[in-house]
Design a protein around this ligand. Structure first.
Ligand code: NAD
Ligand code: LMR
Length: 327
């Protein structure tokens, strides 16, 4: 067994938290030889419920769970953490767009960014799940001037996995037969799930599907999947969101496989003519804990228009929250 690492999870008594903590504690995120100390943050009224979750975590007797800290104090929650999964926020209800949550949830992520800045490990890996995830990640990053801006990422992995599932179903393949799926942009209904670089059992995905299915079925289904789940369940996705969060962090820690990549919301460096600074979904490879944007992909006019539309939304969201950035 390695030395334990510290993993913070906010909103730990919520529905994603309940689907997430047991998998992190079981070693699904960082491996069966990597013990974890969980740092669980909740708002004060939810601490009794959180205590129940801690009791259940202990009752699992996981070999890889080395300790649990449960708190409503940001400074305790983020002390020396190596990983932080920022989940705690209000979910949207039927008829809302994720950006309708900006005011309510934006105020959460500034103080959390500051506390990470003051207390976390200097190479902490932060994943923002709470919506609107990309712009919340930007708010946290902009309140953490002493940390590398690249420490802050947002989750588009759920969209990536949804796209894999839709394409697998359409082509009669398994999701593991698909490589090089890409989600560009925002985790919102403007996101662009791009099949132009994807392969299914080594064949170009776009040669296996027709343009009408791609435009009228695949893209809107992936873009609207969160809303479809809310309609069906009466609550937003939880187990699939937790699973995608595990995938995002495992990829970041352990790397991408040869010949494949993953989609991560990361600070734009201007690649593909996207405004620098916005947290944009990009195809990335990961090695030794560092992600790198896949360069040199051919972008046709259809893709360009969609990549620009989701970038425009992110620039607008950024303009609306600049008052929450540290001066
Ligand atoms: P939930 O309401 O079940 O749980 C949220 C929890 O966060 C609650 O227990 C609440 O007490 C806690 N919380 C609120 N403010 C907090 C704060 N300041 N500090 C710590 N904890 C706080 O919600 P959920 O279903 O678990 O969803 C959480 C968030 O994740 C929502 O914003 C939802 O929209 C988002 N989400 C994102 C994705 C994605 O792909 N990025 C997928 C699913 C859900
Ligand atoms: C999702 O994509 O399932 C989440 O972001 C929840 C939502 O509001 O759609």
């Amino acid at each position: 067994m390695k030395a334990p690492v510290r993993v913070a999870v906010t909103g730990a008594a919520g529905q994603i938290g309940y689907a997430l903590l047991f998998r992190i504690a079981a070693g699904d995120m960082l491996g069966p030889d990597q013990p974890v100390i969980l740092h669980l943050l909740e708002i004060t009224p939810a601490l009794p419920a959180l205590q129940g979750v801690v009791m259940e975590l202990n009752d699992c007797a996981f070999p890889t769970l080395a300790g649990v800290v449960a708190t409503d104090d940001l400074n305790v929650a983020f002390k020396d953490v190596d990983y932080a999964l920022l989940v705690g926020a209000r979910p949207r209800g039927p008829g809302m767009e994720r950006k309708d949550l900006l005011e309510a949830n934006g105020a959460i992520f500034g103080p959390q960014g500051k506390a990470l800045n003051d207390h976390a490990s200097r190479d902490v890996k932060v994943l923002v799940v709470g919506n609107p995830a990309n712009t919340n990640a930007l708010i946290a990053q902009q309140n953490a001037p002493d940390l590398d801006p690249g420490c802050f990422t947002a989750m588009v992995r759920l969209d990536h996995n949804r796209a894999l599932s839709q394409l697998a179903e359409k082509t009669g393949a398994h999701t593991t037969d698909i490589k090089k799926m890409t989600i560009w942009g925002n985790h919102s209904s403007t996101q662009y799930p791009d099949l132009h670089h994807a392969t299914v059992n080594g064949k170009a995905a776009m040669s296996l599907v027709d343009q009408t299915w791609y435009e009228a079925d695949f893209i809107p289904t992936v873009q609207q999947r969160g809303a479809a789940i809310i309609k069906a369940r009466g609550a937003s996705s939880a187990a699939s969101a937790a699973s995608a969060a595990i995938d995002h962090m495992r990829t970041w820690a352990q790397g991408t496989a040869e010949g494949d990549w993953a989609s991560m919301g990361i600070p734009s460096d201007g690649s593909y003519d996207i405004a620098p600074g916005v947290i944009y979904g990009y195809p990335v490879t990961v090695k030794d804990g560092k992600y790198t944007i896949v360069q040199g992909l051919a972008i046709n006019a259809f893709s360009r228009a969609r990549m620009d539309a989701t970038e425009k939304e992110l620039r607008e969201e950024r303009a609306g929250v600049e008052h929450l950035f540290a001066k």
